[in-house]
Write a protein that binds this ligand. Sequence first.
Ligand code: SIN
Length: 522
Amino acid sequence: MQVVETDRVIIVGAGLGALYAALKLAPHPVVMISPEVLGEGASSAWAQGGVAAAMDSADSPESHAADTVKAGAGTVNPTVADLVTREARDYILDLTTMGTPFDRTEDGDYVLSREAAHSFARVVRVKGDQAGAQIMAALIAQVRETPSIQVLEGTMASDLELSHGRVTGVVIQEADDGRSGPVLLRGAAVLLAGGGSGGLYALTTNPPRIRGQVIGMAARAGALIADAEFVQFHPTAMDVGEDPAPLATEALRGEGAILINKHGERFMQAIHPDAELAPRDIVARAIYAEVKAGNRPMLDTREVLGEAIKARFPAVAEYCARNGIDPAVDPIPVAPAAHYHMGGIATDTQGCATLKGLWVCGEASSTGLHGANRLASNGLLEALVFARICAQGIAQSLTGVADAVTLNITFSNDGTPPAPEAVQALRQTMTQNVGVVRDHDGLTHALVTIAALEDAHGDSPSFLNMCATATLIAAGALVRQESRGAHERSDFPDPADGPGQRSEMYLTDALAVRAQACKELS
Ligand code: SIN
């Protein structure tokens, strides 16, 4: 394999955490491994709601932390919740300085949206539902002007190199179809900021490239994975037959939009005192039950927003328009879809994984902030906070500022892309058997299917990474014999007695669970 040595810090990913870390590392030279042109293909750019931060004078970081802990169903690390919420305001001010055009009142205060399970309106937003895209645009403009940052657009990572237990490099290839041969890039340090796993599911709100590859790559290298079974399903993905499913932001429910079924019944009031603003897992399960009952659940914005939805939530309005829905006249059909992976590569409060020389931030990590059910709009906040922490830790590990020699990499043409039919089969089994409601038989079936797909198509490193993450999610879900937050087991409907426990697994543990499942069904 071709080997390229660089003094640059290697950042895998191009979402919010990756961009922010690259900027905070300047003037240390950085190379970003970005599968698409910057701004395209990262989940962060698709985030509609915004960034949660206690900006109202009546609100407080303590209240934000308490809501985070409560939503997380007994498995949030309170130290991490304090750390992240305490600094939230500073990050909003920093993003503002960097050019993010947050919505403001006539008095200049930040406009704050209400989202589920927050006891205050505390989601800072841009043009209604444009937060992710606009924050990303502001940071990308800065990255483009920062000479220490080189972006390798159209590349993705497939493996980590370890030497004496320390991560020393990343194997990369061209991202277009995975046909290019691998190149080993050895750098000064490695930060993984390459997103979560939503695209491992057939029903997802995540961009197509986000299929658990980064978590799987770290797991295959021997990193500890935490809370793998905790996958959040967004209740109101639009049920319009698109893959990925467009999102109808929770902020619509914060504005008073209601959930009804085809009979016109408002079903959330009977399920939770907060009705449509109940915690996300509860709303997702209620909508799932309506889907299963053939009741066609819908989000009704007609009375509360009417025509105003088109100006106030332009992304949602555009998704409706391209599917022939006029939300001022018709309710929007919705279904739960895989949206955010609370689990991921286990990190400490310094953003360090269990492998030496490896830092992780954003959705690929599991810091302990989200527990079993992430509080809405805490994802972008966590990415920012840990991107800066990682950047500081990496900078401290470097000796001086290296020269930013530009990398010029030529790829060969002998790689193996993932087989599209295998990826689709994997996604189908995840949605059918490891989705909103799980049980022993479905999870066992999923593990057997993943093993068979991996056996048949394991010559593609990218597909191996997907299978590793899928195995960790399904094995974690099988081992966790209780229902907690977003992890619902129909055969274990209650939470286990005593305090909630986070889960920790190496890939070898998950493979042992998978082997047992294969034995059971053989
Ligand atoms: C939304 O806008 O509903 C999504 C926000 C989030 O997932 O944090």
